[in-house]
Design a protein around this ligand. Structure first.
Ligand code: NAD
Length: 486
């Protein structure tokens, strides 16, 4: 049985209760974990509070070296960790390995930034004191909490752990209930190299009880959530009135616009990976595809050929080339949701060009497999457009010009990412200025670089992760005025 990691030690839930984590590819138990509750959250917060002063004053070089040593430990265990991630999440081994590499790259990025954190000097007018000058000194915010979803449990843990530890804040990670196992393993590996107890902890259990305590407790100063827009609202309701520092990385419905002059081969690849990676369960994913009418037929023909190559199956096995393995959806309710969203579009007149069915065949009934779909003639009122689609279904729209494409792209509650595929600078510039999104790619797959701030506008969230900018959310700048030395 797996255990939580609290105050430098493995522990059970104080209630002694546990629950089982199941493999979405076959329904088998992967392991059981503690069903933590309010008192477990409180124990972790107390340990983090006790660890704060010591960690904040640990020399930057030492903090960076501990992070680097932890990264090396995780690297030694990549194979086992990838396998565990595949078992609990469902994604193919190749994607699990990719996620771990992305996590390590992000952690390295912040390890390298620890010694680069610095303040600023502000010249001041002489009226009060001719010798005075101002200094902005960044201090770590305090006990931080990272709430993580199940779709990319490891990278999205890293986007919180990296900047928190670099800035000098202890952090408590709460993984999604269905994906705690690889997270627990990694948290323990990072601790093994000598992190003081309470600096990096992981507690497991439901969001509604344990998670709620983490975001509402007065000793927690910083809450970083990646999750659905509904949970984001809940965090604002609970943590907002307590004036905590909050960042919310929420849902998305990224538009992708393909102009007639685009490199179609690259754009088709971008749409395919953009929509179907992780079985479509990604916040940053191509969820609405707008094709200029001049290239509509050619693009679709090439796209369908590629999508037909996907073979749903257990992520622990490879598909035979040229087939491409797609893992199961993460839960049955996730699959039902996607099926319902597609059925709603069909009722409103949409045409399913490929997929959209549950595959049959050996063992298929044991997991939550789904044939990836491409859908045309989709009504703007259908749930495929008005809701976030967290699965492998891609609605495709024909547009006659860029103004129409941008108007449709912006007719969405979300504003996470977007892309335009063109070599025309005028069109690219128009998209950069007018598309409402936190990130925009020109001729590039929707990908979140560790080096660039990542986040959304509108219902997609508040604040940014990734980049040196993420550190700002874990640092409080104190304005200090020196009146001069006499
Ligand atoms: P979710 O909102 O259901 O859960 C996310 C996390 O919040 C889980 O750990 C959950 O236990 C916790 N939680 C739930 N209620 C809580 C509460 N009241 N208090 C504290 N914690 C609580 O999301 P999910 O289904 O795990 O993930 C899918 C969603 O995440 C999608 O909407 C997706 O777009 C979004 N997402 C966003 C990003 C991004 O960076 N913008 C990245 C990945 C996923």
């Amino acid at each position: 049985m797996a255990q939580m990691f609290v105050n430098g030690e493995w522990s059970d839930a104080l209630s002694g209760e546990t629950y089982v984590v199941k493999n979405p590819a076959n329904g088998e138990a992967v392991d059981s974990v503690p069903l933590g509750g309010v008192d477990d959250a409180q124990a972790a917060i107390e340990a983090a509070k006790a660890a704060f002063g010591g960690w904040a004053s640990t020399a930057p070089d030492e903090r960076a070296n501990l992070l680097r040593a932890g990264i090396a430990k995780v690297k030694e265990n990549m194979r086992d960790l990838s396998l565990l991630l595949t078992k609990e999440q469902g994604k193919p081994l190749m994607e699990a390995g990719g996620e771990l590499h992305h996590f390590l790259h992000g952690m390295q990025f912040y390890a390298d930034l620890v010694s680069k954190i610095r303040g600023e000097m502000a010249p001041l007018p002489p009226a009060m004191n001719p010798k005075s000058y101002g200094v902005l000194m960044p201090f770590p915010v305090g006990v931080s909490v990272g709430i993580v979803p199940w779709n990319f449990p490891i990278t999205l843990m890293g986007t919180k752990v990296g900047p928190a530890l670099a800035a000098g804040c202890p952090i408590i990670i709460k993984p999604a209930s269905t994906t705690p196992l690889t997270t627990l393993k990694i948290v323990s590996l990072l601790n093994e190299v000598g992190l003081p107890p309470g600096v990096l902890q992981c507690v497991t259990g439901p969001g509604s009880t344990l998670g709620n305590e983490l975001i509402s407790h007065p000793d927690v100063r910083r809450v970083a959530l990646t999750g659905s827009s509904e949970t984001g609202q809940r965090v604002m309701q609970v943590a907002g009135p307590k004036f905590k520092r909050i960042t919310l990385e929420l849902g998305g419905s990224d538009p992708m616009i393909v102009c007639p002059d685009a490199d179609l081969r690259k754009a088709v690849n971008g749409a395919m990976i953009g929509r179907f990676w992780n079985a479509g369960q990604a916040c940053l994913a191509v969820k609405r595809l707008y094709l200029f009418e001049e290239i509509y037929d050619e693009f679709l023909a090439a796209l369908l050929k590629k999508v037909e190559r996907y073979e749903p199956g257990d992520g622990q096995t490879k598909a035979e080339k040229p087939r491409i393995r797609m893992g199961p959806l993460h839960t049955e309710s996730q699959r039902v949701e996607v099926q319902d969203q597609l059925a709603d579009a069909v009722e409103r007149g949409a045409e399913v060009l490929v997929g959209g069915t549950i595959p049959d065949g050996d063992g298929m009934d044991k997991g939550y497999f789904y044939n990836p779909a491409v859908v045309a003639n989709v009504s703007e009122q259908s749930r495929l457009v008005t809701e976030e689609v967290f699965g492998p279904v891609l609605p495709v729209f024909k547009v006659s010009n860029l103004d129409e494409a941008i108007a449709k792209a912006n007719a969405s509650a979300w504003g996470l990412g977007a892309s335009i595929w063109t070599n025309n600078m005028k069109w690219a510039n128009q998209a950069v200025r007018e598309v409402e999104s936190g990130m925009l790619w020109v001729n590039q797959i929707h990908y979140g670089y560790d080096e660039m701030p990542f986040g959304g506008v509108k219902t997609s969230g508040i604040g940014r992760e990734h980049g040196p900018e993420a550190l700002d959310y874990y640092l409080e700048p104190k304005s200090v005025v020196f009146g001069g030395l006499d």
